[in-house]
Design a protein around this ligand. Structure first.
Ligand SMILES: [Zn+2]
Length: 96
């Protein structure tokens, strides 16, 4: 293993490791760089904060953990579908 003491000063390369050698991630929503351990999101490897998590997913994982899942009564759409009976092809009687 190479100790990361050497400072690479290339302008293009964004340092992937902060001073605490903690990897900076890019938020999946706001695309800000953040330190995962400081993220308030449950998906701290994905979002910089729970607001981004909430905004992107439409819900928060943390909220789901505390919420009891409400069973949704899935009702079948009451559309009058006429059952299309495939008419069996009546074989023509072969009359000889
Ligand atoms: Zn974000």
């Amino acid at each position: 293993m190479v100790c990361a003491m050497a400072e690479t000063t290339s302008p293009d390369a964004v340092p992937a490791f902060g001073p605490d050698s903690e990897e900076m991630l890019r938020c999946n929503r706001c695309e800000l760089r953040y330190i995962p351990s400081k993220s308030t999101s449950s998906l701290r490897l994905t979002y910089c904060s729970f607001l981004c998590e909430l905004g992107d997913l439409g819900f928060s994982i943390a909220g789901l953990e505390h919420m009891e899942p409400q069973p949704k009564a899935i009702e079948a759409p009451t559309v009058d579908l006429e059952p299309q009976e495939s008419e069996p092809e009546s074989e023509p009687a072969v009359v000889e």
